[in-house]
Ligand binder design. Sequence first.
Ligand SMILES: [Fe+2]
Ligand SMILES: [Fe+2]
Ligand SMILES: [Fe+2]
Length: 423
Amino acid sequence: MMISDLKLQDLLISLTQSIDMISAFIHRHHLRVATMCESLANRLDWDQEKKKHLILAAVLHDIGAVSESDKRDILQIDVKEDHPHAILGAGMLRDFPYFEPIIPIIRYHHHYWHDGEGAIDQNKPVPEASFLLHLADRVDILLDPDEWVLDQSEDVRREISLLTGDVFKPEHVDAFLKESEHDAFWLRLNAASMNDLMARTLADEAPIIMDIDMLESLAKMFSHMIDFRSQFTATHSAGVAAVAYELARVMKYDTDKCRKLRVAGYLHDIGKIAVPQEILEKPAKLSELEFHRMKAHAFYTNAILSSLPALQDICNWASYHHEKNDGSGYPFGIEKGEISAEERILAFADVFTALRENRPYRETMSISDTLKQIVDILKPTPEDEVYSLLVRNVEMIDKARIKAQEAALAKFRDIDKEMQTPA
Ligand SMILES: [Fe+2]
Ligand SMILES: [Fe+2]
Ligand SMILES: [Fe+2]
């Protein structure tokens, strides 16, 4: 099934824009680095395709940096070569073939040139774009956002020059020194718009109309960006997606609708990108303030997905997963009777998966206790069909959940192993 009016390019523009805007990470870092990459690639006369891959890598390069300590690490000028966040970020993108050319660029975006020896790593060529991205990244890290940018440009130019040969490719440093003589190079950084940059970058590409297969694999990829931030939740969205899909099937929805509900499962927590890692991972009860920040994620899921009119139904199903039948849910406080069956599918799938999966601070709950707890939490009415179908099919649904979460865990472990193995 083609999804009418949904172009991959539009989806990428709005997703990269919202990730950059609301990410709990460094505000607009991805946009500034990508803006520099564009100027430098132009200066180096790179062709459109090479430039496109560089810029796409730049707008996503730090998605693997997820914790406060990662953030501290990568704000240092001498980031450890091939820091784990580069490996995790590359691993997160694996599910979506379109991103294949940018995976190695991100994988090596902290790799050193080592006077030319860095061009090959473990018998594999390191993409040239990695070194240029690394340079742009360092420039942005060196800039103090509280100082006027032009007052710092000379210092930054000097610092980058000192790293020629050992860290950066000399040709790239030359291009940077030429390009950054002009004030516009610096002033552009804070005036740039993700929308415009992405539209320019993708302008020559034939529009790619998405079908449901593509949408599913893209949604799965974005779910890794949330799930792989924490060992404890590494498979959560995969579980929710599987349960939502099975509930949709027993509701006898058609196949495409079942698959769209699975997509909503993958995306339901995407707003957690705005929640700091330390809150997501806290092994104890959250304080009131922390809980307020945590709760905001459902609002941000809505904010991210609502920018895509073609996905309006998926947006509603995904972003109402914390609403409750008695109006006591969040963030919209939807009133009794206004929550559709599809939205309740997501709410049941979320709570069922959360209670059944392992968490470090509590035991896994049995199926029968889970069903009891769900009544306390979601307060289904006696005639709630979604709830009664869940009860009737719970063994089958739980098996599908386990299978999906095991597959996601295997993928997470592969990436984790790579991160532990020193290059
Ligand atoms: Fe980085
Ligand atoms: Fe960065
Ligand atoms: Fe949630």
